[in-house]
Ligand binder design. Sequence first.
Ligand SMILES: NC(=O)c1ccc[n+]([C@@H]2O[C@H](COP(=O)([O-])OP(=O)(O)OC[C@H]3O[C@@H](n4cnc5c(N)ncnc54)[C@H](OP(=O)(O)O)[C@@H]3O)[C@@H](O)[C@H]2O)c1
Length: 512
Amino acid sequence: MATVEEQEVGQQLVTAHPGDPCTIVIFGASGDLTKRKLIPAIYNLLRTKFMPERFAVLGVSIDNFTDESFREQLSGEVSQYATEKVDRDLWKTFVSRLYYFGGNFQDPELFAGLKAKLGAIDKEQDTPGNYLFYLATAPQFFGEIVRQLGDAGLSRQEGNHWRRVIIEKPFGRDLDSAQALNREVKSVLAENQIYRIDHYLGKETVQNMLVFRFGNGIFEPIWNRRYIDHVQITAAETVGVEERGGYYETSGALRDMVPNHMMQLVSMTGMEPPLSFDSEAVRDEKAKLLHAIQVASPEEVLTRAVRGQYDAGTEDNHPVPAYRHEPHVNPDSQVETYAALELHIDNWRWAGVPFYIRTGKRLQKRATEITIQFKRAPKLLFQEAGVERMTANMLVVRIQPDEGISLRFSAKVPGPSVKIGSVDMNFQYSHYFGTAPSTGYETLLLDCMIGDPTLFQRDDMVEAGWRVITPVLDVWKALPPRDFPNYRSGTWGPKEADHLLEREGRYWRDVD
Ligand SMILES: NC(=O)c1ccc[n+]([C@@H]2O[C@H](COP(=O)([O-])OP(=O)(O)OC[C@H]3O[C@@H](n4cnc5c(N)ncnc54)[C@H](OP(=O)(O)O)[C@@H]3O)[C@@H](O)[C@H]2O)c1
């Protein structure tokens, strides 16, 4: 097996350095995301020396903590959620920089008090007035908090200090609401202060897609409609909705996964080479690709979109209930837990090459991957030897788990007759580079602290994603499903999703 030469491994596109000195203000500090991801991610950045020397973290939510009780609460939880064993001395350093401020996001007094508290923290920790506001709250508070930050004078960038806001997903529920939210936050903040997060982009393999495509001379010449038959993107989970049934009932698989995560993967796969790795150059190309996706007519939605809802079945050989029997779910729920779409991209590179995307819960295997299926070689040469069908070459970019890239090609099966078999050339990320335990939020938090928005969604990208999804939502709303639940837990989803490809003589890749 080939080895990666050391000097190649050591090459870096950009030299990473610690974030600017700042205070990270987390709205929603007693919530699930904060304890499971954000605090462990900040701790990991501290451990790997990417936190600035002068920093503080201020948690804000409605609960009645003091600085002291908040510190105790997080200290009690940290080992459960940290990605590796917690170093007690380092955690002590972290804790000495942790603060809490309680109040209701809808109350202007909260923001007046917050301003005073931030001033006191700046004095105590010698932080220079740079504030990273992280909105880890339910989406109905995004606009409100930004407006209140503006009213309290906390969003204004004066002198040398910066003010940046990370906004969690979902950004809107459809095109109209995403546009309205963009207008609302942009009436207070400049676009370069807004960081719309999609944690998929924090994953190394997603970022590697750009290096793979544009750092290698051999793939780009064949990355187009002349050589590629179609593209498949799968984001499959084995788990059900777990405790998040209440949220899921208002969202569904399409809204939850497609306009953000899956559109990012589509744009990374399909975009033109950017002029540079500058954030605007990269985001311009991604946005262009998203704008080139055809918006389906209602008739086309009927033939190009498939939805499903899981029935009882198994997960890891254990019996599991139907979606309609999950906690906080309506027993007659019409919400989809599976969605598959056939997308068409109207540009020269991709005309006639469908992108099939599918996502769902309680599927057979947990896997996120992009498959590039190349056109078949003609079988002429092997016809006399009785070869019926040539297997197409397939490039698979595995995003999670088992991150890596494999290329499937045909090889002669040893023996006296001409028999052709398929073999895989496989690159595993962990094999070459080891694994660094991570929550997926580290890179994104660091990027925001250094002011690099490349991996965040710009206003036009978010809207372009919703522009494609909204007609599907509209048709699905107008025509409630009649066959839900329509797939068993532990399978690959409804059979209609197979027909989507089979009618063109194609098949979903057997995720192994
Ligand atoms: N959890 C995840 O893994 C995950 C993953 C990706 C994205 N996200 C996104 O991250 C955001 C937060 O999710 P989450 O799961 O952490 O939500 P969550 O557990 O419900 O946390 C929400 C937080 O906001 C506080 N809060 C609610 N209403 C408030 C009010 N009026 N004033 C002040 N504080 C208030 C809550 O306090 P109480 O607890 O006291 O009510 C809690 O601290 C959502 O947009 C979600 O879509 C979450």
